[in-house]
Design a binder for this molecule. Structure first.
Ligand code: FAD
Ligand code: DHB
Length: 390
């Protein structure tokens, strides 16, 4: 088998890159080690920055997003006694959209299987080779158990945090990594109940952080800060709803509860690996960096990476010009670090840990964001997404 760009991983990064390159006349093959059903059922992020929405629409995969996605002009920030609305449209002229990552992935897979380049599920033993030369390849075993070789001009590792690509980059470059683990986790649920708020509520509470989000007018998505050692079996639905009701409590407002259809505990981590390239192997998305979810940045960063990479690879493959691939890692990492800082800042402001001194600092910061237009605008600009200069 031969292609121009071999892509490892059918998450948002790999699928969108394949789509953007197809639109520019470049051949790709996407290799995914899970099944289609597994990839489409994975519940993850929900907030799309304006840039992400525009990119998906321009790539011809935004029809359902425009029909079913929910534009949000702001969020609520809460601490005991106060729920403050931040109006993003007024603060920075941009907004965000609520549309589940699983829906983005379904739309991209449907488009690719309809008229797009090959997308192979259930492959195994994926291994990028000879990435320092001009003719790299990917060895893998296909779904029928046959050994295959995919010859490429370029390989892209869009295979997430646990993928095989980052170790190949790290082994062949004098790069480095940065990591921070947080002393808390999120317990996330999906529930068949209408969202109790029209826009998201990020709540600070002495018991810990809570987030109210949604997936549709009839499905709520909620998160609750828990200790990372907690076991999901110890959290009955009643215990979860009790915790959420306490943390969101506000006079004159009530949290509506309903049947829980999914629940899981997510660890929280910041991680950055540099450079995002070794020779003809490029990293994109979670393969190179992870942010804690509080700033809603993970999926949007993956989209920003492949927006840059699509332009850079087009220039390389069609014009043999290396300027944009040579600067890809630095340009991508500048945005990665901005989002890493914002995600760390939101996380540190909203989660309980440490002592009472830390709590007073957090409350002071929250009051500042809720009373100063300059402080609110800083949050709004970062949350809705800084420009991607591709
Ligand atoms: P991924 O979505 O991880 O896709 C990588 C793909 O590569 C996967 O399909 C994987 O199966 C495949 N793969 C891995 N190894 C191989 C291999 N060896 N060969 C072939 N294929 C391989 N972000 C938020 O903003 N808000 C959230 O609430 C949120 N929740 C999250 C919950 C969880 C459990 C996780 C893990 C992440 C969450 N994120 C969240 C982050 C966000 O979902 C990611 O940033 C986003 O998925 C990144 O997309 P990606 O395409 O880079 O990676
Ligand atoms: C969702 C997840 C986030 O991490 C976030 O900051 C906002 C919303 C969500 O899953 O809906």
């Amino acid at each position: 088998m031969r292609t121009q760009v071999g892509i490892i991983g059918a998450g948002p990064a790999g699928l969108l890159l394949s789509r953007l390159l197809q639109l520019r006349g470049i051949d790709t093959v996407v290799l995914e080690n899970r099944s289609r059903a597994y990839v489409e059922a994975r519940i993850r992020a929900g907030i799309l920055e304006q840039h992400t929405v525009t990119t998906l629409i321009d790539a011809g995969v935004g029809d359902r997003l425009q029909r079913e996605g929910m534009p949000h002009d702001g969020v609520h920030l809460q601490y005991p006694g106060t729920r403050h609305h931040l109006d993003f449209a007024q603060l920075c002229g941009r907004n965000v959209w609520l549309y589940g990552q699983s829906e983005v992935v379904k739309d991209l897979i449907a488009a690719q299987l309809d008229d797009g380049p090959p997308l192979l599920f259930d492959v195994s033993d994926v291994s990028p080779e000879d990435v320092d030369g001009d003719a790299p390849r990917i060895r893998f075993t296909d779904a029928e158990g046959r050994a295959q070789v995919l010859e490429c001009d370029v390989v892209v590792g869009a295979d997430g945090f646990h993928g095989v690509s980052r170790p190949v980059v790290t082994a062949g470059t004098s790069g480095r990594t940065w990591e921070r683990t947080y002393p808390y986790a999120w317990l996330g649920i999906l529930a068949d109940v209408a969202p109790s708020s029209d826009e998201l509520v990020y709540a600070w509470h002495p018991d810990g952080f809570a987030l109210l989000s949604m997936r549709s007018p009839t499905v709520s998505r909620l998160y609750l800060q828990v200790d990372p050692t907690e076991k999901i079996e110890d959290w009955s639905d009643d215990r979860i709803w009790d915790g959420l009701s306490t943390r969101f409590a506000l006079d004159g407002w009530e949290l509506q509860t309903g049947p829980v259809t999914e629940k899981s505990i997510l660890p929280m981590r910041s991680f950055v690996s540099a450079p995002m390239r070794r020779g003809r192997l490029f990293l994109a998305g979670d393969a190179a960096h992870i942010v804690p979810p509080t700033g809603a940045k993970g999926l949007n960063l993956a989209v920003a990476d492949v927006t840059l990479l699509a332009t850079a690879l087009t220039r390389l493959v069609q014009e043999q010009r290396t300027d944009l691939v040579d600067s890809y890692s630095d340009r991508a990492l500048a945005r990665v670090w901005r989002c890493t800082h914002f995600s760390w800042w939101m996380t540190s402001m909203l989660h309980r840990s440490g002592d009472d001194f830390d709590a007073e600092l957090q409350l002071s910061q929250l009051r500042r964001v809720c009373s100063s237009e300059a402080a609110a605008r800083e949050l709004a600009e970062n949350y809705t997404g800084l420009p991607v200069d591709a």
